[in-house]
Design a protein around this ligand. Structure first.
Ligand code: HEC
Ligand code: HEC
Length: 340
């Protein structure tokens, strides 16, 4: 009788063990395009197979929102280079947000996050959308409880971070580890630069010369290799900014209307444009910068009338479209993970 109980228990134990997946983690070497600087990682969140896999699950997980109706990927959609095609992002229950969702391409190299630069690291940033009632309306503590009912996720957290459960630390670290794999440096322009000279047409090359010229100074702010200098400028969008931009973080009136220079990589896919999505086409943006009307005291001195012809403006737009990285936006490893 005792024996039967013993073997019975043993079988139950074996079945139970089988249900808890065992995970082995291993370091991952991210492939960095040769024209980009090395990527650095915070200590304890170097990339590993399971950290990235866990972040990928969470990025696409609707349990992240109070009403289980949105995830990070609702506003950051891969096919649009992780933007959402909307003027300003629509958050929970149709509340309108205030800003246009930015691309997350090459986000690992961004020294400060959010349009006013108020957030110093990806690890800190993940908490911002989660806590913003306009975005995900989410309470981390409630959410974590629910995730911990998922034995597979718990086992992943253990193997990836040595934690016994999914906690806010694990969520933010894993989301960051996944987002650091959003690397985009394989556009036609990059191929042209690495020697494949017939990747670009005459018109695109003419636009490229204008873009990098003294005349337009586009590349002073949108500088290589990310097509942003990570600086903050007022480009004279209006006389009276409702969203005051960098001033919100510094409370310094000389920062009113200053926003982070957006990357122009994949720009063809990330419209509408500007912090509030006020412009729907690249033609509109280039025509606006070409007018260079003086509207604001903080306006950067490089935003002045450029006197570009219609043809020159069209050439610049053509050049901007060579910055699209089709392999990036079709990378299956960045899509939602297959159903488990
Ligand atoms: C409702 C839409 C929405 C959702 C959901 C959302 N975001 Fe965002 N995200 C935005 C908007 C809008 C901004 C720009 C906010 C700003 O600059 O003030 C942004 C900014 C960011 C940035 C900073 C980008 C930069 O260039 O500085 C990162 C990183 C980011 N989001 C990641 C995430 C992650 C991770 C999640 C899920 C946990 C998420 N987002 C959920 C709309 C959204
Ligand atoms: C003084 C720095 C500066 C110069 C010079 C400049 N830009 Fe920009 N650009 C910015 C900033 C800052 C923004 C974002 C402004 C905002 O959202 O309020 C921007 C926005 C854009 C956008 C929209 C990006 C998006 O994702 O919404 C495009 C496209 C663009 N610039 C192209 C150009 C081109 C082409 C030139 C040259 C003709 C140029 N820029 C010159 C700083 C600059």
């Amino acid at each position: 009788m005792k024996r039967i109980v013993f073997f019975g228990l043993l079988i139950v134990a074996l079945i139970a063990c089988e249900q808890i997946p065992l995970h082995n983690d291993e370091p991952v070497k991210l492939r960095i395009p040769s024209q980009f600087p090395e990527m650095t990682f915070p200590k304890g969140n170097e990339p590993t197979k399971l950290r990235i896999a866990l972040g990928r699950i969470l990025f696409y997980d609707k349990r992240l929102s109070t009403n289980h109706d949105i995830s990070c990927s609702s506003c950051h959609i891969l096919s649009s280079a992780f933007t959402d095609g909307k003027t300003v992002s629509h958050g929970r229950m149709g509340h309108s947000g205030k800003r246009n969702a930015p691309t997350l391409a090459n986000i690992a190299w961004m020294p400060r996050l959010m349009m006013e630069g108020g957030v110093p690291s990806l690890e800190a940033q993940a908490l911002a959308p989660l806590h913003d009632s306009l975005e995900m309306g989410f309470n981390m503590m409630v959410y974590v409880d629910e995730l911990n009912e998922d034995e597979n996720l718990k086992a992943m957290a253990k193997a990836a971070y040595g934690r016994d459960s999914i906690d806010p630390y694990v969520v933010t670290c894993a989301l960051s580890a996944f987002q650091r794999t959003f690397i985009s440096g394989d556009s036609r322009y990059d191929r042209y630069k690495s020697g494949y000279k017939n990747e670009m047409s005459e018109m695109e090359m003419a636009g490229m010369s204008l873009f990098f010229s003294e005349k337009t100074k586009c590349s002073e702010c949108h500088s290589e290799p990310f097509f942003t200098d990570f600086g903050y400028y007022n480009i004279g969008l209006e006389a009276d900014y409702k969203d005051t931009g960098k001033e919100r973080a510094t409370h310094d009136s000389s920062d009113i209307g200053k926003f982070k220079t957006p990357t122009l990589r994949n720009i063809e896919l990330t419209g509408p444009y500007m912090h509030d999505g006020r412009m729907s086409t690249l033609e509109e943006v280039v025509s606006f910068i070409n007018r260079g009307e003086k509207l604001h005291a903080n306006q950067d001195e490089r935003i002045v009338p450029l006197h570009l012809s219609d043809e020159e403006q069209a050439q610049i737009v053509a050049f901007l479209k060579t910055l699209t990285d089709w392999n990036f936006v079709q990378n299956a490893n960045l899509l939602a993970p297959p159903e488990r």
